[in-house]
Design a protein around this ligand. Structure first.
Ligand code: FES
Length: 191
């Protein structure tokens, strides 16, 4: 009688040993996940604080428009030629208008909607590019929608002979309202 053959029984698979290293194909360990989360939270907190700090610093630089002084000296009458002088157009938005014996300052602002007209020396007129108003060499409107002549600025001769101009005080000529301030002694100077 033959004895039954003793075949080796299959060994049960041993459970995987915890090594602390991520297993291939099975993601990260809880420690690594927690570390990643901690870094993300810290990055958010520092980012939030950093943005708020920059906003705080921004308060020290107010959004202010620095406009030129409304009162300024334009120099001697002899500094200007007869006609229209554009020397202060860019810096102060005025034209100095000089004739033999008189001088006045025109505020370069169209009386329709406030655009800056162009001086056209070939035609001796001011032409507003916005809606086509036209003014003669003295700033008196004669065409287009402008309702009145361009305003004139306050001027005064100083003790040293120079001329002080103040744009904060304007003289107007409003024919329909019966107002004419162009002959005020500070609207036109005898030179
Ligand atoms: S703003 Fe000058 S014509 Fe309208």
């Amino acid at each position: 009688m033959t004895e039954p053959s003793k075949e080796a029984a299959p060994k049960p698979a041993s459970p995987p040993q915890a090594t602390g290293a991520p297993e291939p194909g099975k993601g990260k360990t809880p420690e690594a996940v927690n570390l990643g989360r901690r870094r993300l939270v810290l990055a958010c907190v520092w980012g939030y604080l950093g943005v708020n700090f920059l906003m705080f610093l921004r308060y020290f630089f107010p959004r202010t428009l620095f406009e030129p002084e409304t009162q300024f000296n334009i120099g001697y009458p002899s500094d200007f030629e007869i006609g229209v002088n554009q020397r202060f157009l860019q810096s102060h938005r005025i034209w100095v208008r000089k004739d033999p014996g008189t001088l006045f300052v025109i505020h370069a602002k169209c009386t329709h909607l406030g655009c800056t007209p162009d001086w056209e020396p070939m035609q001796n007129i001011f032409h507003c590019p916005c809606h086509g108003s036209e003014y003669d060499i003295d700033g008196i409107n004669f065409a287009g929608p402008a309702p009145r002549p361009m305003d004139r600025c306050w001027i005064a001769k100083q003790a040293d002979g120079t001329i002080l101009c103040n744009k904060a005080t304007l003289f107007i000529n409003e024919p329909f309202a019966g107002v004419d301030q162009f002959n005020d002694p500070h609207a036109i100077l005898s030179i």
